[in-house]
Design a protein around this ligand. Structure first.
Ligand SMILES: Nc1ncnc2c1ncn2[C@@H]1O[C@H](COP(=O)(O)OP(=O)(O)OP(=O)(O)O)[C@@H](O)[C@H]1O
Length: 248
């Protein structure tokens, strides 16, 4: 569903990504981890076409992002780190506005809005201004918006930041349900390792390089640690230590 091949990216003289390879199979929950400044947001900006690729190739559902951006974007839904909802518009108005950006006609837009509001259990809030929603519901609305055009790949960049523990857990479970029930592929970036399950496919970036690509539980066995936190710490502080097994 997502192929990142030998991608490098520099900001001026600073190398943010160096020959990064990532491959996500269709379906399932994949995690992108890394300490601050590792290059996660840069990679997501390249995948979503916000940044122009310099080196290497990125394909979404087999469409090269650099040459077939529109086709690639059709398969892609994104929830960015910074919320981008209009607080003074209603829940439905936010969705309809986004649907029009995707070129959906009025009738189709309404149908898609109703479908996603129902899926995110937000129907009762459809006419409320977004300002009135709590943080968890705002995130759900952003997911509804990202799914309006029914993409096969959903990317969430630190979507749980700012949520309390219960809302964070609810959001994580909700996204996993979307994966299971809709066969979606999810790429979830986070600093909060308790959001990762032992069977998840995990890619760890550190200083612009992929240092691990494996099942979460395999990181523990490879590093001889008990928890993902310890494995992550070991990998990101021990130079040269890598775990490469690819997606399970
Ligand atoms: N616009 C920019 N100009 C210059 N350097 C940048 C720019 N954006 C990011 N960087 C640098 O590139 C590197 C990767 O940054 P990036 O934001 O991709 O990391 P990240 O893993 O998303 O970090 P965080 O977890 O803190 O969000 C960092 O060293 C950062 O300072």
């Amino acid at each position: 569903m997502l192929e990142v091949a030998a991608v490098s990216h520099c900001y001026g003289a600073h190398t943010a990504l160096e020959r990064v390879d990532v491959s996500l199979a269709r379906g399932g929950f994949h995690a992108l981890l890394g300490p601050n400044g590792a290059g996660k947001s840069t990679l997501i900006a390249l995948v979503t076409g916000l940044l122009r690729g310099q080196d290497g190739e990125i394909r979404v559902a087999d469409h090269p992002v650099s040459r077939r951006a529109r086709a690639a974007r059709r398969h892609l839904g994104v929830v960015f780190q910074q919320p981008t909802l209009d607080l003074d518009l209603s829940v439905r108005q936010n969705l309809l506005y986004h649907a029009s950006l995707h070129g959906l006609g009025r009738r189709q837009a309404r149908e898609c809005c109703d479908r996603e509001l129902a899926r995110q259990h937000l129907e009762a809030r459809a006419d409320d201004k977004v300002r009135l929603l709590n943080g968890g519901h705002r995130r759900r609305l952003e997911i509804a918006r990202a799914l309006l055009h029914e993409p096969a790949l959903l990317i969430l960049d630190e979507a749980s930041v700012g949520l309390d523990t219960a809302s964070r857990q609810a959001l994580n479970e909700h996204v996993r349900t979307l994966c299971r029930e809709r066969g979606m592929t999810v790429l979830w970036t986070t600093h909060l390792l308790d959001e990762i399950a032992p069977a998840d496919h995990v890619v760890v970036l550190c200083a612009g390089r992929v240092i691990a690509d494996s099942q979460a539980q395999a990181l523990c066995s490879h590093t001889g640690t008990q928890t993902l936190q310890d494995a992550f710490h070991r990998l990101t502080t021990t130079s040269g230590d890598t775990v490469m097994e690819g997606a399970s």
